[in-house]
Design a protein. Structure first.
Length: 237
């Protein structure tokens, strides 16, 4: 594939077959953000220089036409947030419009607020948020993202618009908060993906957390996916 739509590899492939990254950076400044390493950019540059990638919508439309990409579920985004707080997110809106014009659907994942685009989404699109911890901890760990409460409010609002909703619990900073959130969110989400905290030291008992989270999802009838890195901990003897 040549263009903004690409096939993620490795752990990212557990989130989707296709993805598009719309912005060059992200202002949310999550302490655990992996994107600067992936992009070989300095952390400060990544968090302070946030622009739409050059000609992103034009290039997206060209690729859709040239490669006739249709009928796919396309993840937004891996190396940035599709709704960077405090920035104009019209490029995201235009990207969604282009992808859907060609018969694709989108799987959004954000710590911002995507509700401005709910009018573009339908019952085969997915709106998702990331939750790693409770609101108090998030204030320190994800200082410029929207609050956990606002993310949940947008998620419920999306469900009221009959959009599929999902939550990514990765990275996990506070297992108890994640378990509590699964219980709280179950009535208005269709799917959860659960991982762990990678690339940072932690004394969390991942096997116990993973088993508890899986049992809870089963009890609540939730569609769930345990990321390979967490599953490996759960499978240890
Ligand atoms: S929202 Fe995502 S891309 Fe943005 S700083 Fe946080 S982890 Fe990085």
């Amino acid at each position: 594939m040549r263009g903004p739509i690409y096939k993620p590899k490795g752990a990212a492939a557990e989130y989707g077959d296709y993805a598009v990254n719309i912005y060059t950076g992200c202002p949310h400044r999550c302490y655990y953000c992996f994107a600067p390493q992936v992009l070989h950019r300095g952390r400060e540059t990544f968090h302070s220089c946030v622009e739409p990638r050059r000609d992103i919508v034009t290039e997206l439309r060209r690729q859709l036409e040239r490669e006739q990409i249709t009928g796919q579920l396309i993840h937004l985004c891996f190396t940035c947030d599709p709704y960077p707080t405090g920035y104009d997110t019209t490029p995201t809106r235009e990207a969604i419009r282009a992808l859907k014009e060609y018969g694709n659907h989108v799987q959004i994942l954000t710590k911002g607020d995507g509700s401005r685009d709910f009018d573009l989404l339908d019952g085969e699109d997915w709106y998702g948020i990331t939750i790693s911890c409770d609101g108090a901890m998030a204030h320190g760990m994800e200082p410029y993202a929207t609050t956990v409460g606002d993310r949940l409010y947008a998620l419920e609002y999306a469900r009221n618009h009959r959009i599929h909703t999902w939550v990514s619990f990765e990275p996990v900073l506070d297992p108890e908060a994640v378990i509590g959130c699964i219980k709280h969110c179950a009535p208005f989400i269709q799917k959860v993906k659960i991982g762990k905290l990678n690339y940072h030291p932690s004394d969390i008992n991942w096997a116990r957390f993973g088993r508890e989270a899986e049992a809870l999802c089963q009890e609540m009838g939730l569609d769930y996916y345990i990321k390979d890195s967490l599953r490996a901990e759960m499978d240890k003897p």
